[in-house]
Design a protein around this ligand. Structure first.
Ligand code: NDP
Length: 788
């Protein structure tokens, strides 16, 4: 027999992981499990069962949290909070370090339990999931130690509710719990109904490692438990990972509550292979991209986009590789593909594939052996797929790859972005120039160049668009669990009430300004205007009454202003400095206007104007300084954390400090490369319309600033619900902010809401700087390999 024959015919026997310790652990609880509340196991009368999806074996009976259990857990977290928050950074760091060590010491038990409960291959839980879990606790132990030094002006958020899915049960726990605890918050975590066991073991380890009772609380239960938890009044933040549908529901339920929210949702990530790629590596990478964890990965490379010239060759090689994937029991160390998590998920996958075939896709599956029972689904390839097919748009969350072809890089980018999601993308090419060019154009939070599904605690992870907002991991992930040390609630400085009381200087202004759209003054679409009065009640102008159409036109103009984000920070800075210079020439005009409109003393108006100039300078200064960073997550890999503008931001300008508030918000957004659609305060709209000439003389590209005057509530609704607006900043009443937040959930645009709280715009500390820029950017991490 030749060596070739031996290799071709070589068969893998099974090499089963010994699950003795895991079974002893299950039996030590007599296979009955409760919640961990305030450091005690608490059992409920209602229960549900945990099953091993690979064999159907019943692994134990779990308590299902009642409303009383949820209350108790939230109370325990609140009770533990002051002391936990009050620990020194070093004391808290030692707790996290102890957890990291304990996880490592029990790593094999964690891995075996995870694979039994979830169905994933032991190779993955042992070599990927659990080491990453420990890494997250070590990394965050480090950040706990240096919290005050790194984030001197921040405090913890408070009690955080965290909800995790079943695809990476312990890893998702680590991504959420480690940063929350490190920053001084306490936690109530709800594990996924299908995979709670590793969270229970983690709770036990917290107890053994001496974590103070109530700092980490675990609830077991289903979606209803999650829903009741997020609505509890005594939590300050919700962090959720799961489907976009549930994420949207949570956002809508929380709208107006003032609770912080981060959402890590679904994806339909593209896997682009260009004709100059190393094809064998790209095929191998695809195995990691879509067959890792049976494709039940939010960032799975589930859409293969292949350059037409190599499509045939690539598919041939891919089919050959797929034929060699071994499917079997999750505890078998030789297998590549384990069981999907549950019979429900298996049915969901089957139904979606059938729907795809009914739409015209061609199905291919390798002939290999399949286990006779258990929740298994073979690796599957769907070709002849059209972009509009449901399988090209919806997350399948199974071992199913769809294929589409492209001819040019431009077409590849268009196809890649043809999705409502934006979690990740993979780019395969040997041309670094092309890779970086395409990476910059893809709207996704993580881009892997010539690699797939690599993660690290130092590299933030999270989505664009309907893949959610907020980041997990890296410094940006920590900010999700911190609150700025500024007290914003208070009275307006020059609100409407003051306006009536203060005397007017009686200056006369007679104007009929228009809207400002795409660099031009345009009449309002509706053809209506409203009378406008000064502080003394004199009629001084007629202002356009904007409507939905005006907003749509403004958004279109803003979208078209692509040159602005393409500029370097330096170029944008020059324009903003120049704008400040041109504004300076009009000092007297604006001071007069401020006095006339608000009735404020001349000295205060002068100080507002001077401060506005200084803010403009500060925004210009930051254009090329609020930059990204570089991480070194692995040997031969760098991750470039790039700060990208959101795109088009709708801004409902603040009412108070009319010029200063308007400029502080609008120019922070624009400085980061965003285009703005601004709705000025109705009371002080004339301040905004007086800026038109300043814009016109300052080299600002048309469409960067667009101003629509009119009824605020109606215009806010249109902006919030607009599918082409990427973010909305709203300084408005609680009622309007609540409505805006609800509508913003439609396309999952980012929001920044005042919820009726006023800022002191004269105070640099609370009204300028990093906080503003953070709301204006998305962080995209681009993983770049080298030397391999
Ligand atoms: P869900 O979004 O329903 O579940 C995620 C988590 O949220 C679970 O803990 C779940 O509890 C809980 N939950 C469910 N409903 C609510 C609610 N109304 N309020 C608060 N919490 C809730 O995902 P599924 O498990 O049902 O999976 C459905 C699909 O979602 C998958 O096929 C996949 O497409 C996608 N998905 C995406 C994930 C991602 O990482 N992006 C992860 C998981 C799923 P319980 O598990 O007990 O029902």
């Amino acid at each position: 027999m030749s060596v070739r024959q031996v290799l071709d015919e070589m068969d893998y026997g099974s090499a089963s992981e010994n699950d003795h310790e895991a079974r002893l652990w299950l039996d030590s609880y007599r296979r009955r499990f409760g919640h961990m509340i305030g450091g005690q196991w608490v059992y409920s009368r209602q229960t549900f069962d945990a099953f091993a999806p690979a064999t159907g074996e019943n692994l134990g009976r779990l308590s299902k949290a009642t409303a009383g259990d949820i209350d108790e857990a939230v109370n325990a977290a609140n009770a533990a909070y002051p002391k936990w928050r009050g620990l020194s950074d070093h004391q808290r760091a030692r707790h996290l370090y102890a957890l990291a060590r304990a996880i490592q010491k029990h790593s094999r038990l964690f891995a075996t339990l995870e694979s039994l409960d979830n169905g994933k291959p032991i190779r993955e839980s042992r070599d990927i999931d659990i080491p990453l879990v420990a890494r997250h606790f070590y990394y965050h132990a480090g950040y706990a130690q240096i919290r005050n030094r790194e984030f001197p002006n921040y405090r913890p958020v408070g009690v955080v509710a965290q909800i995790i899915p079943w695809n990476f049960p312990l890893l998702m726990l680590a991504w959420k719990v480690a940063p929350a605890l490190a920053m001084g918050n306490t936690v109530v975590l709800k594990a996924a109904e299908d995979t709670s066991l590793s969270a229970i073991l983690f709770a036990q380890i917290c107890q053994q490692a001496g974590l103070p009772p109530g700092v980490f609380n675990l609830l077991l239960g289903d979606g209803k438990t999650g829903s009741a938890l997020v609505q509890h009044t005594n939590i300050q933040k919700v962090a959720f990972t799961g489907s976009t549908a549930v994420g949207r529901e949570i956002r809508q339920v929380l709208a107006g509550s003032g609770k912080r929210l981060s959402l890590e949702l679904g994806g339909k990530s593209p896997y682009l292979v260009f004709e100059d790629a190393d094809i064998d590596s790209a095929v191998e990478g695809l195995v990691d991209a879509i067959w890792f964890n049976q494709g039940q990965v939010c960032c799975a490379g589930s859409r293969l986009l292949i350059q037409e010239s190599i499509a045939e060759q690539f598919i041939r090689k891919l089919k050959r590789r797929m034929s060699r994937l071994l499917i079997g029991n999750s505890l078998d160390k030789n297998i590549d593909i384990g069981a999907v998590v549950s019979a429900t998920q298996l049915d969901r996958i089957k139904n979606m594939v059938s729907a795809g075939v009914a739409e015209g896709a061609e199905l291919w599956q390798p002939k290999g052996d399949m286990p006779e029972s258990g929740c298994f689904y073979p690796p599957t390839l769907l070709t002849s797929v059209e972009p509009a097919h449901s399988i090209a748009q919806e997350e399948i969350f199974g071992p199913v790859l769809i294929v589409m072809a492209f001819r040019t890089p431009a077409e590849a980018v268009e196809l890649a972005n043809n999705t409502r999601y934006g979690l990740a993308a993979n780019i395969w090419t040997e041309n670094i120039n092309e890779a970086m060019d395409v990476a910059a154009q893809i709207k996704a939070g993580t881009i892997w160049i010539n690699s797939a599904n690599t993660f690290d605690a130092s590299v933030g992870f999270g989505g664009y668009r309907e893949s959610g907002f907020g980041r997990e991991g890296g410094p940006e992930g920590l900010v999700e669990y911190l609150e700025r040390n500024v007290h914003l609630a208070g009275q307006p400085f020059e609100g409407k009430e003051n306006r009536k009381r203060l005397p007017s200087l009686g200056t006369k202004i007679d104007r009929t300004p228009k809207q400002y759209i795409g660099g031009k003054q345009t009449r309002p679409d509706g053809g209506y205007s409203t009378l406008y009065r000064d502080a003394a009640g004199n009629q001084i102008a007629e202002l356009p009454k904007g409507n939905r159409k005006d907003i749509r036109n403004a958004v279109e103009a803003a979208r078209a202003a692509r040159s602005w984000p393409a500029m370097t920070g330096h170029q944008r800075a020059q324009i903003l400095f120049y704008l400040a210079e041109n504004l300076e020439y009009r000092r007297d005009e604006f001071v007069r206007l401020l006095v006339c409109l608000s009735g404020q003393p001349v000295s205060r108006a002068e100080s507002e104007f001077s401060l506005a100039l200084s803010r403009l300078f500060a925004c210009a200064a930051y254009t090329d300084k609020f930059e990204g960073s570089v991480h070194l997550p692995d040997k031969n890999k760098v991750a470039l954390a790039m700060k990208e503008p959101l795109g088009v931001i709708g801004i409902m300008a603040p009412e108070e400090s009319p010029l200063l508030g308007l400029l502080s918000t609008t120019f922070s957004a624009a400085a980061m490369g965003n285009r703005v659609v601004l709705v000025p305060s109705e009371t002080y709209a004339l301040v905004a319309t007086h800026l038109y000439q300043v814009f016109d003389t300052s080299d600002i590209p048309a469409g960067v600033f667009n101003i629509v005057c009119g009824p605020r509530q109606e215009l806010a609704r249109t902006l919030a619900g607009h599918g082409d607006v990427d973010g909305i900043w709203c300084w408005e009443t609680e009622t309007i902010c609540k409505e805006v937040e609800y509508l913003a959930s439609e396309n999952m645009k980012r929001s920044w809401l005042s919820n009726g709280n006023y800022r002191n715009w004269h105070d640099d500390e609370q009204s300028s700087g990093i906080e503003f820029f953070e709301h204006a950017v998305n962080i995209k991490n681009i993983w770049v390999p080298y030397g391999v």
